[in-house]
Design a protein around this ligand. Structure first.
Ligand SMILES: Cc1cc2nc3c(=O)[nH]c(=O)nc-3n(C[C@H](O)[C@H](O)[C@H](O)COP(=O)(O)O)c2cc1C
Length: 249
């Protein structure tokens, strides 16, 4: 089996949310697609360990918000890597409630769908929920965020609960893997110390800090070793502090 073939499947990125008896829950999902147009139905694949899984099972409803290309990274970090039972993911985001009662996340969203579950299919680690769309809204014509763009931008693999998760050792060497020879940094100097090139992974969300890339959004130029990051540097995905990063080894 060539697991890299799975990377050729395309997806978007969504916030899927639900509510039951006052408890709100939501997660980032890339597996969502329209199943039929008449009636309009959307399917999602939700991991059984997600808090939202239990809430959807009990409420029988979910909302799906389509994220825009430049969606907030902290929104992705909180909804995609934290458990709803451990934090109020909705505290900082704007939401609305429509036909089904599921919270609809408006921040970083281009469109939303409010769905009632009409079928569930147990597929092992995940449940496939098919929802009939009760209401939908287009908020903007901007570009949606694709899973490929997200992966390229943050150089991340899918987290363990995503149906698209593939264990790292199953992926063979990328054709575009970086060369082993030292690369020139911004000043044109080659980095001589291998420690300066060491990649560090965030233990919370799996984001990898690569010295070759730096972190332009945080003002860190390419060629900056992890040891030279400011002490208040934070993970661009989940906002974890520098202490949470471990050498990739
Ligand atoms: C890019 C990305 C894609 C994801 N796709 C899915 C998915 O399709 N299905 C799923 O069950 N979890 C997926 N996850 C994982 C959940 O978002 C994550 O487990 C979340 O913390 C669950 O939150 P909850 O426990 O509050 O429901 C994805 C996460 C990320 C970052």
């Amino acid at each position: 089996m060539n697991y890299k073939a799975f990377h050729k499947l395309s997806y978007g990125l969504y916030i899927i949310a639900s509510e039951f008896e006052g408890t709100r829950s939501g997660y980032i999902g890339n597996t969502a697609f329209q199943v039929t147009s008449s009636p309009p139905q959307i399917a999602i694949s939700c991991h059984k360990n997600n808090d939202t899984h239990g809430i959807i099972l009990k409420s029988g409803v979910f909302s799906l918000s389509v994220l825009k290309k430049e969606a907030s990274t902290s929104l992705i970090g909180e909804f995609g890597f934290m458990a709803s039972s451990e934090m109020d993911k909705f505290a900082k985001v704007k939401t609305e409630v429509h036909s089904t009662g599921a919270p609809v996340v408006l921040d970083s969203s281009l469109a939303w769908f409010d769905c009632r579950v009409v079928q569930t299919l147990d597929v092992g680690s995940h449940t496939l929920f098919v929802g009939e769309v009760a209401e939908s809204q287009l908020l903007s014509d901007d570009e949606p965020l694709t899973y490929e763009y997200y992966r390229e931008k943050y150089k991340m693999l899918a987290p363990r609960n995503a149906p698209t998760y593939i264990e790292k050792d199953k992926l063979t060497e990328e054709p575009s893997a970086k060369p082993s020879a030292p690369q020139p940094d911004q000043t044109g100097m080659a980095s001589a110390d291998p420690d300066d090139e060491e990649e560090y992974i965030c233990a919370i969300c799996g984001y990898v800090y690569r010295p070759d890339d730096g972190d332009l959004a945080a003002g860190i130029p390419p060629g900056t070793p992890f040891s030279e990051l400011p002490e208040d540097y934070r993970c661009p995905i989940c906002n974890a502090g520098k202490d949470y990063f471990k050498p990739m080894g």
